[in-house]
Design a protein around this ligand. Structure first.
Ligand code: ADP
Ligand code: TMP
Length: 252
């Protein structure tokens, strides 16, 4: 396969055309950003970790019946994916209060939610990815009602499968962001990436007290909050997630 021109340079990846109109060439970058690019750093090794982690997570989801855009990983920092018409949506699922949910609604970080919360954000850098509801999405032309129904159901199933998957490697899936798109034949598929950049992942090997509860200050973060909150290097945490996922992949 031939790599053609750069189609899009994002904050974490570059997307290239290929000689197959149905496929894209994705290059992961060492760049980390937070606050819509307000904080930006180059972090050696991040691209390889996220490329590998995404490939392993998408492979594990596939074993659990969830298809994605991933075709194959082709190098330490690159993968081939199906070209999709993306919904300009950040689809967030939450199981435990954290981040903007805690801030906006005054719920203490670490509080388990009585049921998973599904949120949509409109992907727009100039608008700072605002929170939107289904009606907003429809009038903005982001997705129609039928697509939103399918996206929501798929997001909830992905949350169930991912929660199980991470629990099996002693990681609590607090929340995560995914993106979806449509293939040329109209199928809605999981796309983009699933990495510690796009999930909150808490280590339950270390975090739980005698009563099983996670207490403030005890949280062992294995995700990009380490970067967002200036808590040190993300690399050991991302390596830990990768090693546990590799162990899981080898176990079956
Ligand atoms: P951002 O755009 O938020 O800075 P990235 O650096 O991760 O994020 O850029 C990747 C871009 O590619 C995103 O805009 C994402 O929506 C898009 N994308 C992801 N998967 C696909 C796909 N299979 N087909 C087309 N576009 C995709
Ligand atoms: P939030 O609490 O900041 O809204 O984030 C919810 C989840 O979504 C969290 O796991 C981080 C992820 N996320 C992204 O992947 N990209 C983003 O731009 C934002 C705001 C959140």
């Amino acid at each position: 396969m031939e790599k053609l021109g750069l189609l899009y340079q994002g904050k974490a990846k570059k997307m290239y055309a290929t000689d197959d109109p149905e496929l894209l060439w994705v290059e992961y970058l060492n760049q980390a950003t937070a606050g819509n690019g307000a904080k930006k750093e180059q972090i050696a090794g991040k691209a390889e970790l996220n490329n590998r982690i995404t490939a392993l997570v998408f492979d594990e989801l596939k074993k659990r019946g969830i298809d994605s855009h991933l075709v194959r990983q082709i190098s330490p920092t690159e993968q081939i994916v199906r070209k999709m018409t993306m919904f300009p949506l950040e689809i967030v699922q939450r199981n435990v209060a954290a981040g903007s949910f805690s801030k906006r609604l005054g719920v203490t970080e670490g509080t388990p939610l009585s049921e998973p919360v599904l949120e949509f954000y409109y992907k727009s850098d100039p608008l700072n990815d605002p929170f939107i509801n289904d009606d907003d999405a429809v009038v903005l032309g982001v997705a129609n009602r039928e697509d939103l129904k399918e996206i929501s159901a798929l997001a909830r199933t992905i949350n169930e499968k991912l929660t199980e998957l991470f629990a099996s490697i002693d990681v609590l899936l607090v929340d995560f962001k995914i993106e979806m798109g449509k293939t040329s034949d109209g199928k809605i598929l999981l796309a983009d990436e699933i990495t510690p950049d796009t999930c909150r992942l808490w280590d339950t090997r270390k975090a739980a007290g005698d009563d099983g509860a996670v207490k403030d200050g005890d949280i062992e973060r294995l995700d990009k909050d380490i970067f967002r909150k200036d808590l040190g290097s993300i690399i050991p945490a991302y390596e830990e997630i990768l090693h546990r996922l590799e162990g899981l992949a080898q176990s079956h």
